[in-house]
Design a protein around this ligand. Structure first.
Ligand code: KG4
Ligand code: ZN
Length: 332
């Protein structure tokens, strides 16, 4: 079974073709980071225009790389939400047109269910039940997957997402967008204990996160130094330690509360080496991480999630973009 995955929810344009469950035949990704970083964040209108420029050439490149035509596909899977409305419209309307032109069925995929599938590309033996830590620029959630398609939200952030916190912290420190990789790079030569940033909500006994106070704590520290004497590396390392501890402590709590010892992680922040090491070395559970390159948005995870849903009998009909799509989760 050949599935074309299309991802355009934010600022990465992705097209990928997989065979059967998880054999990646080809994968194309066009990042807009260089375009957006000069503005310090994603400009939605600009992102949509870039998707419009890039998506069809990427889909064409994917077909040529696999030496197939669009008619040979068995399914097209496209992200229908959550995400930026303009970006989603480009992906969904392009996918609808291709589906009509090639007479190939189409399925709309929830972007977060896509992230949940990312670790499965490399860990095919990962089967439900498992916990999934989804940590991206827009989401920080712990989800319980009792089966594919049966997901329960165990807890989420009260305010900023972890990636958003990294991005805002980077802006405070005068670093470029996206902030996560920049902070990680500078943290390597900083002291994680130089600043005693609080680990937010650590002992509440609930699966919940909050990162906006941490960002404010960073801002107060920065203000204590003259502009040319800010200890950026120590601040980065200490900030990263606090975010990592907050994420790890709630994953451990979720493991204790559910008894589920397989923990998948995904989303841009799961590329962070400090977090990856903390999860792998925690000991109380087995961490299943996507390859670093597949933590951020990509089309392979959308193809996998779409194919899985299609074979479960999910039919999304004429796919409509939905920027705040949340129907895949049951609230606990
Ligand atoms: O999953 P993703 O590509 O897009 C969303 O769906 O949001 O995640 C992007 C987010 C950004 O906030 C970025 O700063 C963060 O992931 N990120 C990282 C790292 N790489 C990307 N955060 C911490 N460490 C990293 N290495
Ligand atoms: Zn994402």
């Amino acid at each position: 079974m050949l599935t074309l995955g299309i991802e355009t929810s934010c600022d990465d344009t992705g097209a990928a073709i997989i065979r059967d469950e998880r054999e990646v035949l080809c994968e194309f990704l066009s990042s807009q980071i260089a375009d957006h970083s000069r503005f310090g964040g994603v400009i939605p209108e600009f992102a949509a225009r870039k998707h419009l420029e890039n998506l069809l050439p990427l889909a064409d490149a994917a077909l040529s790389e696999c030496h197939i035509s669009g008619h040979d596909l068995d399914l097209i899977a496209v992200t229908r939400g959550p995400g930026l409305m303009g970006s989603l419209i480009v992906g969904v309307m392009t996918a609808r047109a291709l589906s009509q032109a090639w007479d190939v069925p189409l399925i709309g995929v929830n972007h977060l269910e896509g992230h949940l599938f990312a670790p499965l590309v490399d860990s095919g033996d990962l089967k439900p039940p498992f916990l999934s830590l989804i940590v991206s620029g827009g989401h920080t959630e712990i989800v319980r997957a009792d089966d594919f398609g049966k997901y329960e939200l165990l807890g989420q952030t009260r305010d900023d997402a972890a990636g958003e916190a990294y991005d805002k912290a980077a802006r405070i420190l005068g670093l470029k967008y996206p902030g996560g990789p920049e902070i990680e790079r500078l943290a390597k030569t900083g002291d994680p204990y130089a600043f005693d940033f609080p680990v937010p909500l650590k002992n509440t006994g609930k699966i919940e996160f909050s990162f906006s106070g941490l960002k404010t704590a960073l801002l107060w520290q920065v203000k204590k130094f003259p502009a040319d004497k800010i200890p950026v590396n120590d601040l980065c390392a200490s900030f990263q330690r606090a975010v990592t501890e907050a994420l790890l402590s709630k994953v451990k709590l979720a493991v204790r509360m559910t008894g589920i010892r397989n923990v998948a992680a995904s989303g841009g922040v799961s590329a962070n080496v400090a977090l990856r090491e903390a999860l792998v070395n925690a000991g109380d559970f087995r961490a299943r991480l996507p390859a670093k390159g597949r933590c951020t948005d990509n089309a392979v995870m959308i193809a996998m999630a779409g194919r899985n849903a299609w074979l479960r009998g999910v039919r999304t009909g004429g796919v409509v973009p939905d920027p705040s799509l949340n129907e895949w989760l049951q609230k606990s």
